[in-house]
Design a protein around this ligand. Sequence first.
Ligand SMILES: [Fe+2]
Ligand SMILES: [Fe+2]
Length: 297
Amino acid sequence: MTTASEMHGRPADDRQPASNEDSAAAASAKAHWQLADIRYAQIDHSAVANDEDMFYLLMSASFVETGSDTYAANLGAHYARYPDIQHWLEDRWEHEELQHGESLRRYVETVWPSFDWQKAYDSFFAEYSLLCTQEALLEDPRLEMVARCVVETGTTAYYHTLRALSQEPVLTELLGHIRNDEVGHFKHFLSYFKSLQAKEPVGRLRIAQALYSRLKELRESDSDVALRHVFANKGVLFADRQRSFDDVAQRIYHLISTGLPAQLAVQMLLKPMLLPPKLESCLHRPISRLACRMLAY
Ligand SMILES: [Fe+2]
Ligand SMILES: [Fe+2]
């Protein structure tokens, strides 16, 4: 079976460290969880195979994560003037996102073997890749960092919610690993934003606009495209339930919006504003209502 990293001709662990700093990064990467750590053979199929909602949530996530390298290439080019950022994007971020895709793919293919993942993914990618353009990035490198913080907040909240919904131990463990990685990505993007901001500050109004516009886009893009292609390719799976696509989308939206860790999401979303702590806590409640609606799906 072709994996995402194989498709792009670069196995995850064949890169040689070139300096002491790289050696340290490689050592820390080694400590990162691996696919071999996931006990796929011990999946409790009875706890997940009939869970239609989980089928859609996990399939969609496996598609978006596997398509990460398209974004990674664009982001790498966007930050070519900042070698430390570019290096981290290519060496850690892309690798971890693709590992999310590969581990989720293996999970869903183990639980729902009749689903033709590659065929469905190919149809998803034909549409999704058109959205992943250089133009989709914010021109200002500081504001694109803010946008990345929003995306990683969205993925953290998504996997946090899925983990809470999971009734299957192997899946719970896998989702915990992925959620922790997404938190790590958020922290990296936030620290890069802070260092760019320290050199040449951008005003809070523009930061707030970048936060808002990326939040709005989250609702309309990746997951929605993925869900449509999962639904269109599900074949006989869950055919007895006779749900329309709108019905499925509505159920998934409801499930995620009611389980979303709003407090956590808001705490993360407000970080790039670099507000005084007192003001930040005053804003929690109104922003939490807004974020809950917008991050839901
Ligand atoms: Fe991810
Ligand atoms: Fe991420």
